[in-house]
Every structure is written in structure tokens, then in C-alpha cells.
Write a protein of this length. Sequence first.
Length: 860
Amino acid sequence: MSLRDLSGWLIKNQGFLRKYQALVANSIKDQFPELKSDVIPQISSEDVGYLLTCASSLAFSSDEKCQDAALRIAQYCLLNEKSEARKDSAALILDSLSNNPAIQLAENRGYLNPDFEERLPLKAQLELTKRKILYTIEIDADKHIYANRFQSEFWDAVQENSWVSVSAPTSVGKSFILESWVEQFVKRNKNCLVIYIVPTRALISEVYSELQKRLDPNLTNIVNIQILPLSNVYQSEKSNVFIFTQERLNLFYNHFSQIPKIDVLVVDEAHKIGDGGRGVILQHVIELTCLNNPDSKVIFASPFTLNPEILLSDAPILKNKRTIKSDYVTVNQNLIWVEQKPRKTKDWLMYYFANGEKRELGNFSLENAPSPESKRLPFVALCLGKGASGNVVYVNGAAEAESTSKLISASIENETEDEEILALVELSETIIHKNFALNRTLKKRVAFHYGNMPLIIKGEIERLFSKGKIDFLICTSTLVEGVNMACKNIFIRGPKKGNSTPMREEDFWNLAGRAGRWGKEFQGNVICIDSDNEKIWNGEPPKTKKNIFITRATDAISHDMDKLVSYIFSEHHFGMSERNPNLQSLFSYLCSSFYFYNGLDNNPYMEKYNIKNIDVLNEAIFDVFDSLTFPHELVVRHPGISPLLMQNLWDRFSRDTNKPVERLLLSEPGSNDALDSYVSAFSRISDTLSKKLGYNSKGAYVQALLVSKWMKGYPLGRLISDRIRYNKKKNIVFKEATLIRGVMKDVEEIARYQAPRLLGCYNDLLKSFYLSIDRTDLAKDVEDIGVYLELGVSLKTQISLIGLGFSRTAAVMISELIPNDSLDEEECINWIKDNKVDMEELPQLVQNEIHNIFRNFWVQ
């Protein structure tokens, strides 16, 4: 019987399963000191020896269940066995699984004596050496990495194919191997251009920091690594790596009449191609890239997806392509249900799942009764997670994140004196508000994390959590949205995306994938609370893993055909655009597709949609273009915005040419009349393009006030204080915590997203309008302000600092110390190096940012 056949037989053998399930139950129970049990069978030393022998066969299987069993048995032996020989055998099994980080973790925690390889029999040493050779990858002459099975398979695929789509679980090291491959490619290909797309600004910072360390640790600019889509960022005489969101990539392309030659396009979190309007923009920039660069290498990476091959449908016919669907296991995960005992609110039962079967583990008791209902999640999390770090509590919104944090922290007596946590408290008080709830909960090692919080605060929370200094982290759906953060335990109760939409099964498993930190924990726990409450769980929690099924947002074209045609010709086009933004995004995408190929029927990218009656759609869009009186190329510069609404705004410009046309210009942010010009522009947009910047003149004023202050570089704390002062002056009743969250939400949704999107379109149309009436003098005064709006700065020095990797908060604070407001990146580097003493005036976390960015020549 071959090893593969033996593994398949073993994993179904009842004798093996009986002993193995006892080991599983004990390995889970040992993690929870509060758990009492008389139902878990004991496991003898002989049983462990038998299981260890079985694991040595299971480790060579490609089956997920076999790998999971081998990993769990090996790790149980390392944690519980006293025999050094057995521990060495367990380490050999981990090496057979190519799981070197687990071996390092065992050594670091004292479960395994160093240099176990030297204690192995000669045959085992030879096998281990063979595997090291097989899985070692050379980055350059002085750098090698020891990959796991998945990483090695990915590396071979991307070397041999032009288009690759890879799907793998969260904890297998996808980001690491992607960044390692980019590092090798840039080092081996002179003057190349790599575009790396990620879905969020948080991931931009994460990937930028990692690639900066790999490619240009001394900030010598030997490789041009950029995160801002400015007109001058591309440098053809050196290698370029740009880390953008899809929106930033579109802004970058808008600077060129001919897009530069792109060697590599990496799309991380590629399943986001199904996310409504943003998914449509992602599809748009992928097609735009490949239209202009048919020879580019394209790599898609997504977590645990069922159909990653769908992303390869746009590959040119003659290009080699490869799909990798990996179930490779690096960390054991346990699905746990906890339920209250009947009539006893403090007494709870714990169950775990094995092969889809629910099994009892034991019981535990809460210190206090979890009433009202809002206390059930935090009290269970506190009971099972106390005394250990790595606990994530998932909640359904920002307000709930704050209230849950306060409940958990109130149950913890001692405040920390940790300097890093206190530095974060200091910064939070400075840049948000002295009464922000985070400032109090942090002192008990409890934090919360949601999308609208400042990046510098979220980033430091994530760092301290990963270091084990924050014990409980309360998170919203941002944890599912591509933040690369893992945990030991994740507590979930009736999860939703937002405050009302029940979480889909595939999103649940994507969230659950955060449980288990490879190289930091031996296993992770997904703990479903009140699993017997059908109302909050919409039945019951998921039992078996379900992969994400990728459906492109643009796939809606084929089944929304009638809706699209009706929308295009509707007399209520503006209102329909407001009510159904996805229709507007699809319409805009189709118009761009029509423009590039002079008709939809000529566009090869349309074939994948199998559109019936494409001639009807083609004719409708032909009529749309025929009706447009502004330059048609502007349509493709603004994906997601209806050309018919753009025509509305153009008509508004044209209507009053007897009035001074200068009034249409946006003033510089620092100008005395900046607010008035923004109010006027927002009102025009509200009447013609979108209501997102205000439903009426009063709403336009409020949003314009926020955006103009944001553009001037006002700190978030000042925006919050100004709104508090305004509400008090107007005798408006408000809750301070709600107001703080509201300002942060407005900054993210209005100032950083809607305003750049809509004002970018406004200025593009305005510039063309001025040219059409022979006012080139005014056209020169129209600035491309989209990037400045997203960043929340307008001075060149501040923009340069952000380009170096500083957060907006740090960039604004540092710029206040620099007399010259027009420094480029190199000049900023030199100024900071020459003025180290001045940096000591800044909050500690801002100083830490400086130390991190200047790490190789800054002496702390």
C-alpha cells in the first residue's frame, strides 16, 4: 500500500479516529482553564505513540484532513510529551509538512530543544536535507527562503505562466510569497514596472512597508516605490513598484495619453472584483491594463475561493495560464459552539465539531449574569479569553465595538503601565479627542478597531495586538475586508456585515480564517456564542467550510440587461442612479468598453458575459455617445459615473455663459474664498451628478466645510472639536461618542471617497469646458485635486511625506516643523535627517513612525 493509499485508509479507520478524537478534544480543552469536563476520554502514552506513527504517514498526503491530523498530532506531542525523542519525531513530521514556522515556534517557547535535526537518525536527516533543497527558493545571491508546499507550488506556477490565479486559506503565507516573488522579479529585471493592487489604504501601507524593507531599506531610491498616483511618480530610468487601490490606479492612468509598459500586475484580494461599484472599477482597470499591455504577467490572489479560474477568463488566448486551488494546512482550527444551560444564565456548555459532528467538551461558568443581551458576547469572551492575548471579538458596527470594549475593560481591574500602550493613548487623545472611548479601554489592554478610525491608530492597534500587548480586540467587518491580522480566538455572535445584513457563509469562513496565527499559535478557535439561538444565527452557525464563490460585479450585465436599457433611457435617470448605484457603475463600464473598441460587439472582454441581444445594448450606448457634447474620452476617465449625468453637469456649465465663468473654478484650499467656491461646486454637483455631497444647499455647505478643512490639513481632532462647538452654538442635542464616530465616518466616506470621485469629474469637465470656449487661461488653473482630497493635504511637503510612507497624521505634524512647504521626497528625507532634535517634540507614536521609515540610519 502506497503512502497516499495508507493515508486515505487511516483517516477513515475507526481505531485511529477513536484515539485521534480523544487527542483533539484534549488539545482544545487545554486552551481554556475555565472549562470543566468529565466527558473527554484520557489519552495514554501508548495512544500518543501510535498516533505519532500514523502522523508520519499522514504528513505526506495532499488531502486537507490528513494534513490537519498530522499537524495536530505533531503539535500535541510537542506541547504535552516529555520524551525528547518523541518531540524530535514530531518536529520531523512538521518538517515533512514543510511547516518550519511551527518548528521555530516550538523552539522559541521551549517545547523543542534547538538543532533537532542533528538528533535524528541518518536516514531522516537525509530526507530532511532533500526537502530543504526542494523547498528552498533563491531570491538573490545572498538571500534564500524556505517555502512551504503551497508557496513552492505558487513559485513554480508564476515562473512558468503569464497568468496565474491562486486561492489558498488565510494563514498559508500568500502575502509573504507574493512579496518575495515581486522582490526577486524587480531585482532581476532592470527598469521594470510592477503594479500591485490592494483593496484598502491599510493594505497599501502594509505592502509598501514590506516591499520598502525588501527593495530599498536605506531609502536610496534605487527602486521607485510609490503609493500616490501623482503625475510625476513614474521614472522610466529605474524600476518602479506602485501599490495602489483600483481607484488610485485609475487616477494614475488618467495622467497618460499612452499608459507606460507594465511588466507585472498583481491583484491581491482579487475576489473583491465582486464588490459592487468598486468591483466594477477593478474590472475596468484590469482590462485597461491588459488592453495597453497584452504581454504583462498577471497574478490574482484570493482567499479560499471555489472558482479562482474565473479570473483567468480575460487572459489572451495564446498566453500560458494556471490556477492553483490549495487547501494546504499550516494551523489547526477548531469550530466551537457555546450555549447557555436551560434556566441558568451563568452556566454554559461548550461543544466542538469533528467531521461535521457536534461533540461535547465540557462546561464553564460566567462570573456575572449576562443581562441584558448585549452582555452575552463580551462576558463569554472575557471568561474564555482572560489571562491570554490574541482574542478578537467580532461585532456588527462601530457603536457596538465601543460599547463591547467598555464592558470588557470594566471587568478588568488592573491598568497597564506599558509604555507603548500609553503612547497610543497619548496619540489618540491628541488626534481624535480626549474623551474618545479607546483612551480608557486601552489602559485595560482592550481595544476596538473599525474602518473609519485614523490609519495610524488602527495600524498601531494591530501591531500591539500582534505583539500580545492588547488582550482583547473588538473588530467590525473591516477584519473581513483585507486586513492581514490573525488571532488565537475569535468570538462571534449572530454576525452581520454592517448593522443589518446577515453575514454570508463564505464571509463567515473568511472571517474564521483569521483564527490561528501561523508561526505565533499552534491552533486557533472560532467560538460561536448562543449557537442554539436560531433567530440571531438565521438558523444555526455554519458547520462546514464553504469557499467564496467569485461572481464579478460586471456579471450582472447579462441578467440585468432589461434593467440597464430601461435605466439608460429613463426620464428619471438621476433618481435611478441615486437609488441603484450598481446600475450606474455597470452603465459606465459598458460605455468605456464601447469607447475602447468602437462598439461592444468588437470588444473581446464582452464574450465572457454571454449577453443576449448585445445589438440592443450596443445601439443604446451608441445613441448615448451620439448625444454627448463633451469630449468622449472623459467617460473612460471616470468609471462609475454615468455619462448622461456628466452631460447634465456640462449643460449646467454651458447654460450661463453670460455670467463670469471664473466662478466655476475651485479656489485653492488656503484661499479666503475656498469655502464659498466649494459650496457652489457641491450645489452644482448635487443638482446634476450626485446627492452624495449634499441633498440641498444646507447639506452642501456642511459637506463643503468639512472637505475644505480636510484639504487644508486640519487634524481630525480639530474637525471633531469644531463640530462639537458648532452643535453647542446651535443648541443641537448630541452624544459626544456618536458625534466623534460621525465625523470620522464623514471624513472617510465624503472627504476621502465621494469628494475626490465627484470633484475629479467636475474638474475634468470644467477644464474641457474652458477649452471649448477658448479660455485656455482658466483651463490652466483647473487642478487635479483627487489625490489631495483623498490624502487630506494640499502642500507639496505634506504630499511628499505621505509618499515616503508616513500617515496623514504624522505628515501634518512633521510638516508643521518644516518651514518650506514645497519639498520633494528627497528633500524631506534630508531635512528630517538634519533635524532629528526637532522630532523629539512630536508624540511618541509619530516618532516611532519616523524611526520605522528611517530604520537603517536612525539611532534611537
